[in-house]
Design a protein around this ligand. Structure first.
Ligand code: FPP
Length: 251
């Protein structure tokens, strides 16, 4: 079934098409902020700032689609290599985002969580996140995960270290170790693996995102740059996902 999209703002009717075979968890690599700004003759950081309004738009679209978890790649362990002014701007965005949109998140029953090595973020970023997590703790709608100082390989190494410590301390036995057990040592413990990964901005790679969790995830790529990404493309991705046959290695 094709959803009739004529505008960037789909009607309420468009969301009603999306019954059945819905993704529970969607992960997004929000790429293209820098190019979006440069195309307009502006500094790259303008693109990141513009990107926060897309975040709230897409979180609300996910609520309408009854998605349970939305995980956004916000700052990777590799992003520290960028110029300091850009890093500083990105790490101030959580505070700016919450200042602008916390009431909106509350009104939509959205709970904020993070994945990644957040303990190594600047104090102001940690404080903004701590406050948001505390304020939204009792919301039981969409779980909005910000991947901050996140790296898939780091996550797996951390998990291995914790597993080895538990093996040595006899809290875990080698016989118990299976997919499910390993998942419990990751930042995403207790969450379903993503059903759908969306990457904006035209590149087709994982960039060290959720390496373990994406084993059987469906991928959807678009050339649209993150600040231009709209409900329209989000619904297209969900609708395409609904038409895919997932076999998990079977027939
Ligand atoms: C990648 O685009 C984007 C990032 C590294 C930052 C993503 C951050 C946001 C969208 C802001 C949201 C933040 C919060 C907390 C709501 P890029 O800079 O690599 O783009 P390019 O490929 O065009 O250079």
């Amino acid at each position: 079934m094709n959803i009739p999209f004529f505008t960037n703002k789909p009607s309420e009717e468009s969301f009603r098409y999306l019954e059945g075979n819905k993704p529970n968890h969607i992960a997004i690599i929000m790429d293209g902020n820098g190019r979006w700004a440069q195309k307009r003759g502006k500094a790259r950081v303008t693109g990141h700032k513009e990107g926060i309004s897309t975040v709230v738009k897409i979180a609300k679209a996910a609520v309408k689609c009854k998605v349970k978890v939305l995980t956004l790649y916000t700052f990777s362990t590799e992003n520290w290599k960028r110029p300091k002014t850009e890093v500083d701007t990105i790490l101030r965005l959580p505070k700016e985002f919450l200042h602008l949109y916390l009431p909106d998140l509350m009104a939509h029953n959205i709970r904020i969580e993070t994945i990644g090595e957040t303990e190594h973020l600047p104090a102001h970023t940690r404080e903004a996140i701590r406050y948001a997590m505390e304020r939204t703790r009792d919301n039981d709608g969409l779980q909005l995960n910000f991947a901050l100082n996140y790296g898939g390989r780091h996550e797996i190494i951390n998990a291995m270290k914790k597993m080895l410590a538990d093996l040595n301390g006899a809290n875990l036995s080698l016989d118990e170790l299976d997919d499910q057990q390993v998942s419990e040592y990751l930042y995403t413990a207790g969450m379903p693996d993503p059903d759908l990964l969306i990457r904006t901005g035209g590149e087709k790679r994982l960039s060290n995102f959720l390496l373990w969790q994406l084993a059987y995830t469906e991928f959807w790529f678009t050339d649209v740059l993150w600040p231009d990404f709209s409900e329209k493309e989000f619904l297209q991705a969900v609708e395409e996902y609904q038409q895919r046959k997932r076999r998990f290695g079977g027939l």
